[in-house]
Ligand binder design. Structure first.
Ligand code: SF4
Length: 242
């Protein structure tokens, strides 16, 4: 079970099965230009795009991303006020009993494993970083339960220091459909996207793509006829789309 939850960061799930249609013969320069058009349109469509998880502190964002495995952001946001009251900082989680943690996070599912991950992560923060969430990718990924995706979210949204692009199942799926990468592995998709977007766009790239994936480019039935980036998408009108 531990493996299953912790792998949320690196498992592309439905995205891995999608056809990858990087336009044949498209140069990197042409793809960069196409990406910029896509980014501009998505940013116009979702001007308020931001992290969907509510948090008050960097530690809460790390905790919320762990809780979001196999759970909706909405449900995690419902739990976070109680979590904050019960455990105001990393030290409180590190010193708590697993049962106490489980009680608070129960409704997010997989709570035995999530409680263990939270306690391990918090213990690492207290023991290795004096109780403060570290601010580099290198350090963040040493925390138990934290992979590149979570680290990117924390760096970009809590510290405003993008070091990469958070690649979740939506970003995986849409990057393939949009022909921005032909890779299926999150780290390779991230590298391809980082080549297309400017560093200043990295954090927002993930947010606008996730919102578009939720609203329009559904895993099973993408609404291509309503899609603002259809003219730049090689998968527009794909089988099963609406
Ligand atoms: S055109 Fe269709 S497949 Fe392409 S991004 Fe839009 S909804 Fe997704």
């Amino acid at each position: 079970m531990a493996k299953k939850i912790l792998e949320k960061d690196s498992s592309p799930k439905d995205g891995a099965k999608m056809p990858r249609q990087v336009p044949r013969g498209e140069s990197l320069e042409a793809r960069k230009e196409r990406f910029q058009n896509i980014f501009k349109l998505l940013h116009q469509e979702y001007p308020a795009a931001k992290c969907a998880l509510d948090f008050n502190t960097p530690f809460e964002l790390v905790a919320a991303t762990i809780l979001s495995a196999q759970c909706t952001d909405k449900r995690v946001n419902m739990v976070m006020p109680d979590f904050h009251r019960a455990f105001p900082d990393a030290r409180a989680v590190a010193e708590a009993d697993l049962l106490e943690i489980e009680e608070v996070i129960k409704t997010t599912g997989f709570y035995h494993q999530k409680a263990k991950s939270l306690k391990s992560m918090a213990t690492d923060i207290v023991e290795k970083f004096g109780g403060n969430v570290p601010q580099t990718m290198e350090e963040l990924i040493t925390l138990r339960g934290v992979g590149r995706k979570t680290a990117n979210v924390v760096l970009g949204d809590a510290f405003g220091k993008a070091e990469g692009i958070a690649v979740d199942t939506h970003v995986t799926r849409l990057s393939g459909r949009l022909g921005l990468t032909k890779r299926a592995e999150p780290e390779k998709i991230e590298r391809d996207l980082m080549e297309l977007a400017t560093p200043a766009q990295w954090t927002l790239t993930s947010h606008v793509i996730i919102l578009h994936g939720r609203a329009i480019c559904d895993a099973r039935k993408p609404k291509c006829s309503q899609c603002v980036v259809a003219e730049y998408c090689p998968s527009a009108g794909m089988k099963g789309s609406a």
